[in-house]
Design a protein around this ligand. Sequence first.
Ligand code: ADP
Length: 518
Amino acid sequence: MPVSRLGRRVLVVLGLGVSLPALLLAVLGVYLTLRISRAVEEESTRYNTYLAQQVAQAFETELMVHLRGSIVTAETAARNGGSPEEVARALAENVDEFLAPQLIPFTQLADFTLLLVDGQPLLFSPGSGPRSGQAFAGLLLRGRTGDVIGAGGWWLDPRKFLGDHLTSVIHERLPSNPRLYGGLESTRRLSVELLGPQGNRLGIVRDPESPETARIAPLEGPFAGFSVRVAATSSAPVVWAGRFVTIEIVFILLMALTIVAATGFGLRYTIRQIELAQLKASFVSNVTHELKTPIALIRLAVETLEMRRITRPEEAEKFLRSIARETTRLSQLVDNILDFARLEAGQRLFRFERVNVADVVNDAIESFRPRFEDQGFQIDVDVPETLPLVRGDARALSHCVLNLLDNAIKYSRARREVRVVAAARDGAVQVAVSDRGIGIATADQSRIFEKFVRVEAGLVHDVKGAGLGLSLVDQIVRAHGGRVELVSSPGEGSTFTLVLPALAEEVPRTETRAQTGS
Ligand code: ADP
């Protein structure tokens, strides 16, 4: 019994009410994650630009520190009023790592360029001719009166100087204010690369990881043409933030999927529960009717017999048969309800023993014979002489066959033919009950084995039932390790087959093959 259209709509709205916000939140989560990752990348790029400039300036500072250290004696000589030769000698004493000293007289200072490094003037000039590729770097020298008398300095190989000093520059010359981008500490997570005029690598501190955020700053003064490239390393926040983005997006999407799936399952479960509640309600009314009808018929027959209005013995016989038939029907219904209740409560215990299915089938047919005869059914029984035994509960199996026979009668119309065939096939004992009745539409064929389910169309409307029979048959046969097969087409009839696993033994039939017509 399907849930009403309005009910379904309400449930769908509820489902969308949960799923859509979940999906929207997921989209927002993905957007924010991408946005944050982008912001971290931009920040990192900015920081790399800043740091590249700082490193470039730090090389100039490093040079200045070395020049200041080396020029002290020449400076002293100049201040003391020493001759140019004395000053030049003092310069030559401290060549240190530089290539060659040079004293530039005041009159030639205009040929040199001045660069302020940490507020102090640094004179420089690129070399040419034999000094090509080299650069001059020097400081102003003052005489006894404090006037500039010229400049003293050295020729140097910028490539060598930069390469030799890369590590000390990174470790000693960078700004160390920790409030400024984490200060020196944060450079440990960065790769610093020194590039030559052709962009070739002259030296590197740590390997770069995130090329998108790498930034280059040019060096100046005697190092013009060289540059510094700063990029993130694998331990930089931008790199691990980038790695988490994918994981986080997958995580968010999985969460959204879980919510949507859980809502879907929840809705399906709710619909099933509502359907079950509706089925239970109709079950109560069906059962009441099922109980009332035989009771009314029995009472009518008993009252008629009690009034002794019946004169002819055949008539009395007819009423007695009616009482017997309705009593059987009543007890079968009560059996069904009790069995169903026990199975539902998990209390139904089967007493398994070796069962001869042929006996079970014949007994069931015999107990139904009066009903078949009364209602004008032709019954064709084909049970072989020998059948393998099955391990089962004879009473429960008989209950299955009785339910199938009952349905065959209930759902037959003009063509009142029932055929019961038992056979051993593929290691199983099969019992097939066929009728030429109203049949079952393909769409309903699996549903009818569910509890309380009755087909709501056509002729079934005027046939009463509780919707328990097939559900019981199915549960019992499954408990025996078997299955129920159904072949049916509307208007043609149905064949229900119980397939039960056979034991290895075979027994000869106690009774002879029965073939009866009425
Ligand atoms: P009930 O017969 O009490 O309704 P069942 O569980 O025995 O309950 O059967 C469920 C439904 O399956 C029936 O309501 C009927 O629609 C359909 N059905 C069962 N057996 C047959 C049959 N032999 N022919 C046609 N329809 C059948």
